[in-house]
Design a protein around this ligand. Structure first.
Ligand code: HXC
Length: 514
């Protein structure tokens, strides 16, 4: 037995070395950790249960049968994170550049299949040159098997991807299907085709970083939800994100211990909205004041900043926050903001995470650029996502709620459970000036003093419509509240809504305007 155990130990040691000392050194020199070092940082100490350590590829073309490294370029298994079970894979760049062979794909599929049965999140640490070139179509088939499982798992268990190296070709589509993509600045890249192919096809000269680096994908394309300076930061933030998420779609939202015997009045909230309606303010200040311990984990922090989305807790309950940001483009809804908001809302709804909506929105962004690129279709996504969501939904209108944007941002009419407004709320079809110029066009043009007439009509309109009371009279607003009372009302609302049950009509699936 002793010899047999020693043999196994040797095999294990060999597998743990992956591509060997030299390749590990090269990986470190690039500022990257190895697949196993990443897992060690990610999971609770001693909790990793590896599977398929001995799996090898079965190919022989181009002489690769002489390089059959145990594990075949990916470490897979199960572990606990913050005490909760997860399934994970971590690609090993030291073995054929982490490229995906048939066997490598089978290992990933095995833990994905198990994760679905167990109802636990799937975390992928990607560091791969894509399909293993020597295996040809077999590796393409392997990718397709993963894409299928990513799709089937979508909405069943949370799926998180970290891109920690190259991610080229079809390899980008697995992360793209998952719920959250993390990238590391300067060492990770995602693109359908790299700079060389781009140069050949379009004659554009572009660097790796500019084409598909973390900065690009977290600011321009929105593919990356998070971008951090180092792999360690990425891993810490995956752990943090999981702290807000249930393990699967049947679980209740995460609830932390909370002391209800406190004073929830927050006087600072009374002083945030400026006296002048068009003056910007930072909605994040309000978000922080409303959340437990002022802690907010923002998603897509640097993309479409006119809308803010992210996670926090209210009275211990984990919530998804969706808020307009008046300090960026006046909080207007454009294409990117609509898509960003819609995807986040659908994630929260899929996993029973209640929604807190903070509204100050002058409407949808007008203009040819937006219209020709489909603001109608993309704006409809946001509307659709709010309409479809059956989780607890609470809205607070802090200032503007104009036009279609009033309807869209979780209004009462689309199943908002509690709709509050601050006394500073302006709920109207459009802003006062635009409205008066349309409705009183003739009166203004026939007046001797156009601007005096405009001012007079404007003040009448503001008195009548630029407030929350007409909506409150109708019950479209459940209560007009003093800002300082907001946290108290939110805590009470989310507690009450814990037993909420709502359903959509039975169907195969909806047809969101993609
Ligand atoms: C087999 C690969 C490989 C691959 C890298 N390697 N990519 N082996 N198949 N796809 C091997 C290299 O031969 C090398 O082996 C080792 O990994 C490290 O690669 P280097 O090139 O030395 O590293 P680096 O300079 O860091 O460049 C990394 C890289 C580059 C940017 C990923 O290797 C690269 O461009 N690879 C090809 C990317 C690609 O086009 N993949 C196919 C995409 S198409 P040795 O033994 O020398 O150390 C695709 C289709 C999927 O994925 C379809 C799904 C729909």
């Amino acid at each position: 037995m002793k010899e047999k155990i020693e043999k196994l130990e040797k095999l294990r040691e060999a597998a743990k070395l992956g591509g060997g000392e030299e390749k590990i050194k090269a990986q470190h020199e690039k500022g990257k950790l190895t697949a196993r070092e990443r897992i060690e940082l990610l999971v609770d100490e001693g909790s990793f249960q590896e599977v398929d350590m001995m799996v090898k590829h079965r190919s022989s073309d181009f002489g690769i049968d002489k390089q059959r490294i145990p594990g075949d370029g990916v470490v897979t298994g199960f572990a606990r994170i913050n005490g909760n079970q997860v399934a994970l894979f971590s690609q090993d760049f030291t073995v054929f550049g982490g490229s995906l062979s048939e066997a490598h794909a089978e290992k990933i599929c095995k833990i994905m299949d198990a994760a679905l049965k167990l109802g636990i999140p799937i975390i992928g640490l990607n560091d791969s040159g894509g399909a293993r070139i020597q295996e040809g179509v077999v590796s393409l088939g392997g990718y397709a098997e993963i894409f299928l499982r990513n799709t089937l798992a979508s909405g069943v268990v949370p799926q998180i991807s970290a891109v920690m190296g190259p991610c080229a070709g079809g390899a980008v589509y697995s992360p793209a299907i998952t719920d959250f993509v993390f990238m590391v600045k300067n060492t990770s890249h995602m693109f359908v085709t790299g700079p060389n192919v781009v140069k050949t096809v379009t004659h554009e000269e572009v660097s790796f970083e500019e084409l598909g680096g973390a900065e690009t994908h977290s600011t321009k394309s929105g593919i990356a939800h998070f971008a951090f300076e180092s792999e360690v930061e990425v891993i810490e933030n995956i752990r943090k994100l999981l702290g807000y998420l249930p393990s699967n779609w049947k679980d209740r939202p995460i609830e932390k211990e909370f002391n209800f015997e406190q004073d929830f009045i927050e006087p600072k909230l009374d002083a945030i909205i400026p006296d002048t309606p068009n003056k910007p303010y930072d909605m994040k200040e309000i978000i922080h004041l409303l959340l437990d311990d002022n802690e907010f984990m923002e998603v897509h922090q640097n993309y479409a900043q006119n809308i803010i989305v992210g996670f926090g807790n209210v009275g211990g309950v984990s919530v998804g926050v969706v808020a307009n940001q008046p300090s960026v483009l006046a909080g207007v809804l454009d294409i990117n903001a609509s898509v960003k908001g819609a995807r986040f809302i659908r994630f929260c709804d899929a996993f029973n995470i209640p929604l807190l909506v903070l509204e100050d929105v002058p409407g949808f962004l007008p203009g040819t650029e937006q219209e020709w690129n489909g603001i109608i279709r993309h704006g409809a996504k946001l509307l659709f996502a709010f309409c479809e969501a059956t989780v607890p939904k609470v809205t607070v209108i802090t200032r503007k709620a104009y036009g279609g944007a009033y309807d869209v941002m979780n209004s009462k009419h689309i199943r908002g459970d509690f709709n509050f407004a601050w006394p500073s709320a302006e709920i109207a079809v459009m802003g006062p000036k635009g409205a008066v110029e349309i409705v009183f066009k003739k009166e203004i043009s026939s007046a001797k003093d156009h601007s005096a007439k405009l001012e007079e009509l404007l003040s009448g309109y503001i008195d009548k419509f630029a407030n929350p009371y007409i909506a409150a009279e109708r019950g479209y607003i459940d209560e007009v509240i003093i800002p300082r009372e907001t946290r108290q009302r939110l805590i009470a609302s989310f507690q009450l809504l814990k037993t909420k049950v709502d359903q959509n009509p039975k169907k195969k699936h909806s047809n969101i305007p993609l």
